[in-house]
Design a protein around this ligand. Structure first.
Ligand SMILES: C=C(O[C@@H]1C=C(C(=O)O)C=C[C@H]1O)C(=O)O
Length: 94
């Protein structure tokens, strides 16, 4: 295997792990939705979203990554998890 193909295969492995972790994050979101439903709490929690974004940006900065880009990624992850909870809410109501 050439170096290029070897490194691309390494990236492919990392990409698979990223997708598995996104799926794992969404799975936890479902558990969180159950708790909120039981406790009558709203799906969105702006303070928690702020903490998640701040933590991700701090970790990115520690690793010398572009904190703004990481923030964009986390905004998408938060959107995916709130959309999933909204879907579950719709399923529970119908
Ligand atoms: C997962 C939650 O629900 C929402 C999604 C969040 C996230 O994806 O990190 C954070 C806060 C909430 O707006 C939560 O409340 O923790």
């Amino acid at each position: 295997m050439t170096d290029l193909n070897k490194y691309r295969s390494d990236i492919e492995e990392v990409d698979q792990t990223i997708i598995e972790l996104i799926d794992k994050r969404i799975g936890i979101t479902k558990r969180i939705f159950e708790v909120k439903r039981r406790e009558g709490k709203p799906i969105r929690d702006p303070e928690q979203e702020g903490r998640v974004l701040r933590r991700a940006m701090d970790l990115a900065t520690e690793k010398n990554l572009d904190a703004g880009a990481v923030k964009n990624i986390y905004e998408i992850l938060i959107r995916m998890s709130t959309q999933k909870q909204q879907e579950l809410q719709g399923e529970n109501q119908s």
